[in-house]
Design a protein around this ligand. Structure first.
Ligand SMILES: C[S@@+](CC[C@H](N)C(=O)[O-])C[C@H]1O[C@@H](n2cnc3c(N)ncnc32)[C@H](O)[C@@H]1O
Length: 365
């Protein structure tokens, strides 16, 4: 299934166009903040960075038909009206917008390494077109998640529709070898007490889980074999080779009920945290430095989860530079691109004490 819009060309055509228009830039340095149009910049980056970037996060304009500005008198006040200094305009027709994004997604994919990931922050008005587009460009097997991001408190809209509290983040990988650091979240005290509701003789909190898990395995494999005369219940298999149960039992880590039912003991103080699910609550700053500035902690999580130390992280719709700052703080290299002089000013302020090279694309021949 492919998306159709006016002006669409093939994947290879987009690359040919980029290569033939690319300016030869000697990207000397490790991290960059680049002022310029991201198609032109990415076309030039291809020379040095094709298949080299481990993580791309983007939060492009959402095709809102609005002009976003920063009020001159109060730095913290950001409006989406036509008053104040224009930060960026988001006023393309739908077809032009889809073409503009398609062309950029192609170049992003070319720049991503084989262990690379792309996170696209978008709203639900455009997000479903992006899903089809990205399935086409990356392959639907490289779709990883559609993350629901709760962005605000409930609002009282006049519209004859439900309130809107969420946007979405589409997560794709270049291959199936993406960096995945299995970041977990800690449970708070109440949740820990609820989950680990038993206390042993030494005062340690614990819970118990069954020895078996859903699904049958090949009866000849160890996880399908009887253990101490017991078989896994129908439709289930042992969680692990039953030899491990003997070891756990010898350490007192199996709890036997009065009726002889064994369960594995799990201690709260050894709990590594919960797996992160696909509904995130990361509200955006109340006093942003830049229109549509995203929550820093969310970007910190994305950087930690899908890149390693010294990976290159790119945000080519960088805005206030939150993703770049998250990369820098986590010891990653970064490439930030924005066409807006206002955005570049905010980024430079936020990255004041960080090492990077600034490139102004408009000043290049
Ligand atoms: C929604 S904002 C990004 C906000 C950012 N995520 C943050 O947390 O501050 C989108 C940004 O994309 C930039 N932009 C739009 N079109 C661009 C283009 N063709 N090349 C580079 N930047 C572009 C805009 O200037 C704007 O700063």
């Amino acid at each position: 299934m492919n998306i159709v819009f006016d002006g669409k060309t093939s994947y290879n055509n987009v690359i040919d166009q980029a290569v033939s228009s690319a300016r030869l830039v000697d990207f000397e340095g490790d991290s960059f903040v680049i002022h310029g149009d991201n198609f032109a910049v990415m076309a030039s980056l291809l020379g040095k960075y094709k298949s080299k970037i481990d993580l791309v996060y983007i939060d492009p304009p959402f095709n809102t038909d609005r002009v976003f500005s920063v009020a001159a008198d109060r730095v913290s006040t950001v409006s989406s009206s036509k008053q104040g200094e224009v930060a960026f305009a988001d006023t393309m027709s739908k077809d032009d917008y889809l073409k503009y994004m398609y062309d950029r997604f192609v170049l992003i994919r070319e720049l991503l390494s084989d262990q690379g990931s792309l996170y696209v922050h978008i709203d639900t008005k455009m997000g479903h077109y992006f899903k089809v587009m990205l399935d086409e460009i990356f392959g639907d097997d490289c779709f990883a998640n559609d993350i629901t991001r709760i962005k605000s408190n409930p609002k009282n809209f006049d519209r004859r529709a439900f309130g809107n509290q969420k946007d979405m983040i589409l997560f794709y990988t270049k291959t199936h070898k993406n960096i995945w650091n299995n970041v977990r979240v800690q449970c708070d005290g109440d949740e820990l007490a609820k989950r680990f509701n038993k206390i042993d003789k030494d005062g340690r909190r614990y819970t118990t889980i069954p020895l078996h898990a859903p699904g049958e395995t090949d009866p000849s494999s160890p996880t399908g074999q009887p253990w101490r005369g017991m078989n896994p219940p129908p439709g289930r298999h042992w969680r692990t080779d039953p030899k491990e149960f003997d070891r756990l039992d010898s350490l007192g880590l199996i709890e036997w009920s009065a009726s002889g039912n064994p369960r594995i003991k799990k201690y709260a103080d050894e709990h590594k945290g919960k797996k992160i699910q696909d509904i995130w609550k990361y509200k955006d700053p109340q006093y942003p430095q830049y229109p549509t500035e995203k929550n820093f902690d969310m970007l910190d999580l994305i950087v930690k989860q899908s890149s390693n130390e010294h990976s290159i992280v790119m945000d080519c719709f960088a805005g206030s530079g939150s993703a770049l700052l998250a990369a820098a703080q986590n010891n990653r290299y970064f490439i930030g691109v924005d066409v807006s002089a206002v955005a570049i000013g905010v980024i430079q302020k936020r990255l004041e004490n960080r090492a990077y090279t600034f490139v102004d694309f408009d000043d290049l021949a």
